[in-house]
Design a protein around this ligand. Structure first.
Ligand code: ASC
Length: 148
């Protein structure tokens, strides 16, 4: 059942990603779109981090609610890295290494789907482990593709 939920979530999130190919009016819109999506994801991921790291009290429902937003949002930013929309903190390599960038964004979506399943168990240690794995995928991609 848990395996099935995970497979369904990964499938749903990749469907969402393919449907999320927004058409932007101008390159700046694409840039702001990806920044906005990443910002919202970061806010909710940060709340989860504070909880799994004991900085705020554990609240299983809040953790699962935040994980839901993170999992949903993780499908969205990538459409904003469209051709001609280079800029901001996004390194130009993103547009030259699209296969690798997609591999990283797919990995993030897979990890956030697992994080949601973990958060829904209501077990803090399970959630903490999945949070760490997800944060690792954020970092790997930022180290390669996000300017300081
Ligand atoms: C966060 C956040 C990120 C990641 C990253 C993990 O909370 O906003 O971008 O974690 O720092 O290394």
């Amino acid at each position: 059942m848990k395996k099935f939920t995970l497979i369904a979530l990964v499938a749903a999130s990749s469907m969402l990603a393919s449907q999320a190919f927004a058409q932007f009016q101008k390159p700046k819109d694409a840039e702001e779109y990806r920044q906005g999506a990443l910002f919202v994801m970061g806010q909710h991921f940060g709340r989860m981090g504070a909880m799994v790291n004991g900085k705020i009290p554990f609240d299983a429902k809040a953790l699962a609610d935040n994980a839901e937003v993170v999992a949903y949002m993780s499908a969205l930013p990538w459409a904003g890295f469209t051709g001609g929309a280079e800029g901001g903190k996004a390194k130009p390599e993103i547009w030259k290494e699209q296969a690798k960038f997609k591999e990283y964004s797919d990995k993030l979506q897979a990890e956030t789907a697992k994080l949601l399943v973990a958060a829904k168990t209501g077990n803090l240690e399970t959630a903490k482990a999945a949070f760490g794995a997800t944060a690792g995928t954020c970092k790997t991609c930022h180290d390669a593709y996000k300017a300081k």
